[in-house]
Write a protein that binds this ligand. Structure first.
Ligand code: NAD
Length: 435
């Protein structure tokens, strides 16, 4: 099928590429000319494992194109996906101005001669946004234009987005228009995945409810971790024991510094706001947020307790990305940790396998900080090693080398990557979460 995707970011580029990979003809549109120029020059502007190869092969096969022109995308496709940002506003509600603008832009490109078009919202939006998109397109399009509106929320995880898109757990398609649903079923035919068809409101709600539940699991295990610490239990064992119950599952029960990233913090805030707007306040999610915020403060206190003050202390910081296998630093807890230590006068030597560039560009890290490709180089003369992101390379680190290079052998592991017994055997004073 012929598809266009408006918004070529983490979601738009990866999903557009995967649609091309299964045989569809895809036009990715972005209004950032720099991004489009980069893609047209054969480079991929984000780090996502496996993506670059797929972009290259699908461009070469003529199935994947890039443009800044929404009109070109709309004219050359039966189905138009919207994958633009939906950032939070100060009150927690979602800023839908990007979606509204794209809806207007699409409307202005539609003509009755083009024939039926399907407009699909892939961005994460509050329930009932589909109605607004439909009204807006109807208002700005010329009379006689035929279109259907669909909600098709995206569940990919950054760091394994290609695999998640090619082999999704499920595909959710919501629409009140049977003709639009038939187009969507065709798009997803090449994917081996269960497809759940719903009304449009339910599809929109599924995304916010799913992300909020995952955040809830994270805050739950973090609260349990704090009880483990206070009682001498080991949260890793507790998580294993809880997770072996099929009704619960082990995923997302990793105690640590809490959730961050471009989705969870804003989506939980949005769901709280939506629930309040609908007169059904979701107080449980406020507690999820509060546990999450507290988790970082607790960790900082742990470091303060040992170092006494941060001023003039050299800290080796391993990790800047919001999670492993990505260069994304949006709302990264590791970045927040870094900002707080810098603010208190620490001298930070930071490393990250992929996010050094994005951290320098977007991390708002001001103070005495240096960036290092070599993770071991951060350790020389440092008063402590602090781990902020769960990169596999950190989990496999040479503990003897850490001990050798640190000035004082203090390690604060915010992601429980190292076995405490191994750390002790290497002569490290090791602190982690909930054990
Ligand atoms: P992003 O910021 O990486 O990409 C958005 C892109 O849209 C940018 O390249 C921007 O230049 C472009 N854009 C903005 N306005 C435009 C316009 N009028 N015309 C053309 N292009 C325009 O954002 P993202 O991470 O891809 O997220 C997009 C949406 O998907 C959000 O609603 C997000 O919540 C949701 N989502 C994100 C993820 C994730 O892991 N990143 C996962 C699931 C859902």
């Amino acid at each position: 099928m012929k598809i266009s995707i408006i918004g070529t970011g983490y979601v738009g580029l990866t999903s557009g590429t995967c649609f091309a990979e299964v045989g569809h003809e895809v036009t990715c549109v972005d209004n950032n000319p720099e991004k489009v120029a980069t893609l047209l020059a054969g480079k991929v502007p984000i780090y996502e494992p496996g993506l670059e190869e797929l972009v290259k092969s699908n461009v070469a096969a003529g199935r994947l194109k890039f443009t800044t022109s929404t009109e070109e995308g709309v004219k050359n496709s039966d189905v138009i996906f919207i994958a633009v940002p939906t950032p939070p506003q100060p009150d927690g509600s979602v800023d839908l101005s990007f979606i509204e603008k794209v809806a207007r832009e699409i409307a202005q490109c539609l003509t009755p001669e083009l024939g039926y078009r399907v407009i699909v919202d892939k961005s994460t939006v509050p329930v009932k946004t589909g109605d607004k998109v439909e009204q807006t397109v109807r208002r700005y399009a010329p009379p006689g234009v035929e279109f259907g509106v669909v909600s098709n929320p995206e569940f990919l995880r950054e760091g394994c987005a290609v695999d998640d898109l090619l082999h999704p757990d499920r595909v959710v398609i919501g629409s009140n228009d049977d003709r639009a649903l038939a187009y969507m079923q065709k798009i997803y035919e090449p994917f081996v995945a269960p497809v759940l068809v719903t009304d449009i409101n339910s599809a929109e709600l599924i995304k916010h409810a799913a992300n909020s539940f995952l955040a809830l699991k994270i805050s739950y295990i973090n609260a349990v971790a704090n009880i483990c610490e206070a009682s001498g239990a080991d949260v890793e064992k507790v998580a294993e024991g809880i997770g072996m119950d099929k009704r619960i599952g082990r995923a997302f029960l990793n105690a640590g510094l809490g959730y961050g990233g471009s989705c969870f913090p804003k989506d939980i805030k949005a769901f709280i706001h939506i629930s309040e707007t609908l007169g059904q306040p979701f107080g449980l999610l406020k507690e999820v947020e509060s546990i999450n915020a507290h988790q970082l403060e607790r960790f900082l206190n742990k470091i303060r307790e040992k170092l006494w003050v941060f001023r003039e202390k050299k800290i080796a910081l391993w990790g800047l990305a919001f999670k492993q296998n990505t260069d994304d630093v949006r709302e990264s807890v590791a970045i927040k940790l870094c900002q707080k230590m810098l603010k208190e006068g620490a001298v930070v030597a930071a490393t990250d396998p992929e996010a050094l560039g994005t951290a320098q560009k977007f991390g708002e890290l001001t103070g005495d900080i240096t960036y290092h490709e070599d993770m071991y180089a951060t350790l020389d003369g440092a008063d402590a090693l602090v781990i902020g992101t769960e990169w596999p390379a950190f989990a496999k680190a040479d503990l003897a080398e850490i001990k050798k290079r640190l000035r004082t052998p203090l390690v604060f592991d915010g992601r429980n990557l190292i076995d405490p017994k191994d750390a002790k055997a290497a002569g490290l004073e090791y602190h982690s979460i909930g054990r």
